[in-house]
Write a protein that binds this ligand. Structure first.
Ligand code: IFM
Length: 449
C-alpha cells in the first residue's frame, strides 16, 4: 500500500470530546447544575428542543467507550471535566463521586495504553458561579485556579497533558456577546471583560498545574482561522485585518506577547468596549505554556460591507465544498495557520486539538455508515498538517473532533461530527467508515492511499 505521508514517531493520534456534549447524568451522583443545564432547559434555545441530560450516556457507558478507543488504536484521548460534577457549587465542598468518575476514566485509559489529555473548562460553568456574575466576575478566575488545584491534586500523578480552556473566544462572544450559547447574554462590553477574565484564569491555573502536576504539560486551546479578504480592495484587506485581530490576535497576543493587539485595542476603545485591566494581569496571562492547542475547521473570507453587522460580510466561495455546518472545506488553512503560529509566535509545541466535519450520516441495514465525505475531509487535513511538519512546525499530535456523535450545543443533536455513530434512542455505537480508515492511519502512523 503506497504511503503518502509518514508522521513522526510518537505522534499523538487522538479523538476529542467534552463533558457536557457526551456525559449525560446531568443531575446524578451529587453533580450540581451548570449554565448549559440551565440554558438548554430554556425553551427556544436549542434548535431541536433537546438538551444534554442524557447525551451519549457516557457517564454510564464509559467502559464501552474506552474499549472502542482501544479498538481504534487511539494514542490519546482528549476529554473535559465537568466542573460542577466535581465541585457542585463551583467552590467549597468536593463531590467525591464526581472526582472518582474521572479517576476511574483516567485509569481505564492508561490501562488501554491511551494517554489522557484533560481540558479543565469546556463551557459548563457551575450555575452557582453564574449566580455570582459568572466569568464577568473576576473572582471566578480565582475559583477556576482552585478547581484546577483540586484536579491536579487527584489526577496529577497520572495525567500529563492539561489544557486550561477550550475556545475562550466562543465562551466570550457566543455566550456573552451574541447570546447563542450559555449563559445567553448579549453585551459586547461584558464579552470583552469575560475574555479578559478567562485569559487571567488561564494564567492563574498554569501556575497551579505546574506546581501540582508531575511532569505536567500545560497549555490552552484556541479556535483559530485564517481570515482572507474577499478582494484586494483596501477596505476588504482592512476588514480582514480587523477580523483577524478580534478573532485570532485578541487571544494569541496576550498569551504569547503579553499585550492586546494595538490596532484592535484602538478600535474597541472607540466603541467604549475595553475591558478593565488590573496591573499584573498581562504578565499573568502570558505565563509560559508547553503547548498551544488549535481547533481548526475552516477559514473565513470577508468583505467590507457597511450594511452588514459590524461592517463585515462573510463571503460564500463559489466552487468550494461546505460541510453541514455551512463551513467551507479548506485544508490549506490548517497549513497556513500552523506555519503562521510557528513563525510569528514562536510557540514551542502545537497540537491540533480539534478538527473534523459534520455531514448527514445514516446507517445501513448491515450496520455500516459510509461517510466518504468525512474521510476525505480528514485525509486532506492530515496531509496539510504533514506539509507543515515537513517545514519544521513542531506539531505533536492531532485529535479528531469528535470520538462520538454528540450534543452540538445550540444545534442539539442535528449535527453529527463523530467517528463513531451514536443511535441516540438505543445508544448503540457504530464505527463509521471514517473511523475504520482512521484506525489504519494510526496503525501505520501514515496516511496511505
Ligand atoms: O462541538 C464543538 C466543540 O465543542 C468545540 N469546537 C467546535 C466543535 C464543533 O462545533
Amino acid at each position: 500500500m503506497p504511503t503518502e505521508a509518514k508522521f513522526p514517531q510518537g505522534f499523538l493520534w487522538g479523538a476529542a470530546t467534552s463533558a457536557y456534549q457526551i456525559e449525560g447524568a446531568w443531575n446524578e451522583d451529587g453533580k450540581g447544575p451548570s449554565i448549559w443545564d440551565t440554558f438548554s432547559h430554556m425553551p427556544g434555545k436549542i434548535r431541536d428542543g433537546s438538551n444534554g441530560d442524557v447525551a451519549c450516556d457516557h457517564y454510564h457507558r464509559w467502559r464501552e467507550d474506552v474499549a472502542l478507543m482501544k479498538e481504534l488504536g487511539l494514542k490519546a484521548y482528549r476529554f473535559s471535566v465537568s466542573w460542577p460534577r466535581v465541585l457542585p457549587q463551583g467552590r467549597g465542598p468536593i463531590n467525591p463521586k464526581g472526582l472518582d468518575f474521572y479517576d476511574r476514566l483516567v485509569d481505564a485509559l492508561l490501562a488501554a495504553g491511551i494517554e489522557p489529555f484533560l481540558t479543565l473548562y469546556h463551557w459548563d460553568l457551575p450555575q452557582a458561579l453564574q449566580d455570582l456574575g459568572g466569568w464577568a466576575n473576576r473572582d471566578v478566575a480565582h475559583y477556576f485556579a482552585d478547581y484546577a488545584a483540586v484536579l491536579v491534586r487527584r489526577l496529577g500523578d497520572r495525567v500529563r497533558w492539561w489544557a486550561t480552556h477550550n475556545e475562550p473566544w466562543v465562551v466570550a462572544w457566543l455566550g456573552h456577546g451574541l447570546g447563542e450559547h450559555a449563559p445567553g447574554l448579549r453585551n459586547l462590553k461584558v464579552a470583552l471583560q469575560v475574555a479578559h477574565n478567562l485569559l487571567l484564569s488561564h494564567g492563574l491555573a498554569v501556575d497551579v498545574l505546574r506546581d501540582g502536576g508531575k511532569d505536567a504539560r500545560v497549555g490552552i486551546i484556541l479556535n483559530l482561522s485564517p481570515i482572507h479578504p474577499a478582494s484586494a480592495k483596501p477596505e476588504d484587506v482592512q476588514t480582514a485585518q480587523q477580523v483577524d485581530g478580534f478573532y485570532n490576535r485578541w487571544f494569541l497576543d496576550p498569551l504569547f506577547r503579553g499585550s492586546y493587539p494595538a490596532d484592535v485595542w484602538a478600535l474597541f476603545a472607540t466603541q467604549g468596549l475595553l475591558p478593565h485591566v488590573t496591573p499584573g494581569d498581562m504578565a499573568q496571562m502570558a505565563r509560559r505554556v508547553d503547548f498551544l492547542g488549535i481547533n481548526y475547521y475552516t477559514r473565513a473570507v470577508v468583505a467590507h460591507d457597511p450594511e452588514a453587522e459590524f461592517g463585515v460580510r462573510y463571503v460564500h466561495v463559489e466552487g468550494s465544498t461546505y460541510t453541514e455546518m455551512g463551513w467551507e472545506v479548506y485544508p490549506q488553512g490548517l497549513y497556513e495557520l500552523l506555519v503562521r503560529l510557528h513563525r510569528e509566535y514562536k510557540i514551542p509545541a502545537l497540537l491540533v486539538t480539534e478538527n473534523g466535519a459534520a455531514f448527514p450520516d445514516a446507517f445501513t441495514p448491515e450496520g455500516r455508515v459510509h461517510d466518504a465525505n468525512r474521510k476525505d475531509y480528514l485525509r486532506a487535513h492530515f496531509l496539510a498538517a504533514h506539509r507543515a511538519l515537513q517545514e519544521g512546525v513542531p506539531l505533536l499530535g492531532y485529535f479528531v473532533w469528535s470520538l462520538l456523535d454528540n450534543f452540538e450545543w445550540a444545534y442539539g443533536y442535528t449535527k453529527r461530527f463523530g467517528l463513531i455513530y451514536v443511535d441516540f434512542p438505543t445508544q448503540r455505537r457504530i464505527l463509521k467508515d471514517s473511523a475504520l480508515w482512521y484506525q489504519q492511519v494510526i496503525a501505520e502512523n501514515a496516511v496511505v492511499s
